[in-house]
Design a protein around this ligand. Structure first.
Ligand SMILES: Cc1cc2nc3c(=O)[nH]c(=O)nc-3n(C[C@H](O)[C@H](O)[C@H](O)COP(=O)(O)O)c2cc1C
Length: 164
């Protein structure tokens, strides 16, 4: 699927089939994450892939609005070193992961990391150094239902030519 089709097809998926995701597919998705733009070429990111069911359940319990991580085939925790632009860099990597997952027919959902009270708990659970910034967790798996992209604000309302 080309990039524009994948961007249009992507939507948050919170219910997954039991089907596991092939390791090579996960590697391809994380590879797309690491190719994201990065300020000053710092590449501050580290990607922790979790497939162990007990760890997925523990992550789900820790988050506020990520209980569905428990039923995902895998979760990718995106940590960054504490650089000036860690949040922009980590977010760009997260978006690449979501779009590449959609292009491969996978469902995904961004679960909040940065600014959340549970960042340190997730870092401890996954053995990340305490100084690491948790930018996001991406829940991943084959969608249980047909993905239905949400209506978004129309282009005519958000596009401004030359001036706001
Ligand atoms: C920074 C950020 C944090 C988010 N955190 C959560 C979350 O904790 N739980 C969740 O279910 N969805 C989360 N989302 C997904 C949004 O709810 C979702 O993207 C939004 O409703 C638009 O729907 P769509 O992704 O289907 O286009 C998050 C998205 C972003 C960008």
């Amino acid at each position: 699927m080309d990039a524009i089709k994948a961007i249009r097809a992507r939507c948050s998926i919170r219910e997954f089939k039991d089907t596991p995701v092939d390791r090579k597919v996960i590697e391809e998705i994380v590879d797309c994450g690491r190719l994201a733009p990065t300020a000053r070429k710092e590449e501050p990111w580290e990607f922790v892939v979790v497939t162990d069911k007990d760890t997925l359940a523990a992550m789900a319990d820790i988050t506020d609005h990520g209980k569905f991580i428990k039923s995902s085939a895998c979760a990718i925790a995106i940590f960054c070193r504490d650089t000036k632009y860690y949040l922009e860099d980590g977010s760009a990597a997260t978006e690449n992961i979501l779009v590449s997952a959609a292009s491969l027919g996978l469902g995904s959902c961004w679960v909040a990391g940065d600014k959340k009270h549970y960042c340190a708990k997730i870092a401890e659970l996954l053995g990340a150094p305490p100084v690491s910034k948790l930018v996001s967790i991406v829940a991943l798996g084959y969608p249980a239902k047909d993905p239905q992209p949400l209506e978004k604000r129309p282009l005519k309302d958000v596009l401004h030519w030359e001036k706001f």
